[in-house]
Design a binder for this molecule. Structure first.
Ligand code: SAM
Ligand code: DTB
Ligand code: SF4
Length: 335
């Protein structure tokens, strides 16, 4: 039985404090992370989300990791916004497979007004299936956040990706401040925030400290914090730059990042996101021990592969993990 913890998580972390956590001996860091994890969450349940790319490729932004950027040479063709019926069918399948959150991603700088009616319709129809709804559509402008919220959107995913200092090495077409502005709009509209980043883009430990600091000092912690390991994709700036060099972030450093996210944002759901397909069971197990408690299910992310239900079934059985019910964090907090 999880002991309820009602203390308000700190949002005044300093970079020195975060760096000191990263510097702890591994066993001490893991011990602390497990303690925090067990005070706020059931340590044996994992939240299940499913992703669908509802509009793929041809994106105007130049994110150096992304196959969907029109600036990349990934060979991905630009598609149109999916038909609502097909989106709802995929959501129904995700629900039948045991997922409880459906995340719809679009390769846009920001949604166009002409697409809003279809997006709002998708949100309300997916919500009607009993799923939590999430979208990631780029920057939100004007009253788009309020309209999505009114249609039933529970979460909006918008990542800071890395530290403010390293950000300009990865993306030049929109700023860190632009991203913070969208996060503010999502909050103001009353939606839950899903915000995290990518490890292994050539950033330093100091950048990982700066990245966690940026998240953990937001006015309120994101409810979901996706920690992605870079999936190197041929034709993208980072995929090509890093293909012949040893991994920029080793497994232990990745696990450390998850643990520091857990300690600094104790009430958040930390998602072990992209990169699981090439991660060993043991590294994933360490991530769960470090406080990760969410994954993407199924065999596709947006444009790349994911571990898949068979592998995840074996992983959960081996580790004695069970799916989290969506109301779990609130239920624990209220007990
Ligand atoms: N276009 C929207 C946006 O960027 O806000 C939504 C989709 S975008 C693909 C969502 C996030 O996926 C990115 O912010 C990034 O953190 C992550 N991502 C994209 N490509 C990735 C890759 N190759 N490896 C790991 N994470 C990736
Ligand atoms: C997030 O942080 N990771 C997800 C989700 N938010 C939208 C996306 C991962 C994409 C991995 C690369 C691909 O499949 O294109
Ligand atoms: Fe576009 Fe999002 Fe890919 Fe950046 S991460 S290029 S905004 S789809």
């Amino acid at each position: 039985m999880t002991v309820p913890n009602t203390s308000t998580p700190r949002t005044d972390w300093t970079r020195d404090e975060i760096a000191a956590l990263f510097d702890l001996p591994f066993a001490d860091l893991m011990w602390q992370a497990q303690g925090v994890h067990r005070a706020y969450h059931d340590a044996n349940t994992v939240q299940l989300s499913t992703l669908l790319s509802i509009k793929t490729g041809g994106c105007a932004e130049d994110c150096g990791y992304c196959s969907q950027s029109a600036h990349s040479d990934s060979g991905l063709k630009a598609g149109k916004l999916m038909d609502t019926e097909a989106v709802v069918a995929a959501a129904r399948e995700a629900a039948a497979g045991g997922s409880d959150r459906f995340c719809m991603g679009a390769a846009w700088r920001s949604p166009k007004e002409r697409d809003m009616p279809a997006l709002l319709d998708m949100v309300s129809r997916v919500k009607a299936l009993g799923l939590e709804t999430c979208m990631t559509l780029g920057m939100l402008e004007g009253d788009q956040a309020e309209r999505l919220k009114t249609a039933g959107l529970d979460y909006y995913n918008h990542n800071l990706d890395t530290s403010p200092e390293y950000y300009g090495e990865v993306i030049t077409t929109r700023t860190y401040a632009d991203r913070l502005d969208t996060l503010e709009k999502v909050r103001a509209a009353g939606m839950s925030v899903c915000c995290g980043g990518i490890m292994g883009m050539g950033e330093t430990r100091t950048d990982r400290v700066g990245f966690i600091h940026a998240l953990a000092t937001l006015p309120a912690h994101p409810e979901s914090v996706p920690i992605n390991a870079l999936v190197p994709i041929a034709g993208t700036v980072l995929g090509d730059m890093l293909k012949d060099v040893p991994p920029a972030v080793d497994d232990v450093e990745f696990v450390r990042t998850v643990a520091v996210a857990r300690i600094t944002m104790p009430g958040s759901i930390v998602r072990l996101s992209a990169g699981r397909e090439s991660m060993s069971q043991s590294t994933q197990a360490l991530c769960f021990l470090a406080g990760a408690n969410s994954i993407f299910t199924g065999d596709r992310l947006l444009t790349t592969g994911n571990a898949g239900d068979d592998a995840d079934g074996r992983l959960f059985a081996t580790l004695g993990l069970t799916p989290m019910r969506s109301a779990e964090p609130e239920r624990i907090a209220a007990e």
